[in-house]
Design a protein around this ligand. Structure first.
Ligand code: MG
Ligand code: ZN
Length: 214
């Protein structure tokens, strides 16, 4: 019985996600669903990406957090349209939450919409929101055991961004192990090594992103 309920929720979500997808397509906006554990650096990556690409692309952002407006404030400092969703306890964004705020964004003017999901390595991967691709961020400091512990996130993502590589000498994490185990789950996964703090590797990521949009 419980399984049935969950199935219904996901089916209803997929229907709304398909409507969002249609609207994004009609508006000519490419959409990324950005997922990670709390503190991996999602907002920092968005800031870096906007700084690199805003001369070239019109970018909008949807911030998802359980509570608070800090991330939307950070993004609005960069003068791009941003909407903050507070889920009020829910640990992921769903298609309906996204649908409800789309009227607050100038979709037709945008080339790229980045949706920052709630920090969580589990259910954000289960709920489509109408995105073109899912991208996940894993900070080196979280440890190299995450791909095999949270496989769905790695399976569903088109790109994995390994952040905080400047911290590598201070951890026991093995990038090689992360790469090997991530690729064993998803052979097509594109992997980038970056540091949002130093800017290392950001160029390769934004170049790849740009190639998807144009
Ligand atoms: Mg954030
Ligand atoms: Zn959740």
């Amino acid at each position: 019985m419980k399984v049935k309920v969950v199935t219904h929720i996901l089916e209803a979500n997929d229907r709304i996600a398909a409507e969002n997808r249609k609207l994004f397509k009609e508006s000519g906006v490419y959409v990324i669903n950005l997922m990670s554990a709390p503190g991996a650096g999602k907002t920092s990556l968005i800031e870096k990406t906007i700084r690199e690409l805003s001369g070239d692309l019109k970018i909008g952002v949807i911030e998802g957090d359980i509570a608070g407006f800090d991330d939307a404030r950070r993004i609005s400092n960069l003068n791009v349209p941003v909407v903050q969703i507070n889920t009020g306890g829910a640990c992921h964004l769903d298609a309906n939450m996204i649908s409800e705020v789309l009227g607050d964004l100038p979709l037709k003017e945008l080339d790229l919409l980045i949706i920052e999901n709630v920090g969580n390595l589990v259910c954000p991967a289960e709920f489509k929101v109408g995105e073109n691709i899912k991208v996940m961020l894993l900070s080196i400091a979280e440890g190299d055991d995450k791909p095999l512990k949270y496989p769905l996130m790695f399976e569903e993502s088109s790109a994995l961004i390994l952040n905080k590589i400047d911290l590598l000498p201070h951890t026991n994490a093995s990038i090689e192990k992360i790469r090997k185990n991530s690729l064993s789950l998803n052979r097509k996964l594109k992997i980038f090594e970056v540091s949002c703090r130093t800017g290392e590797g950001i160029g390769k990521w934004v170049k790849w992103l740009q190639s998807l949009i144009k």
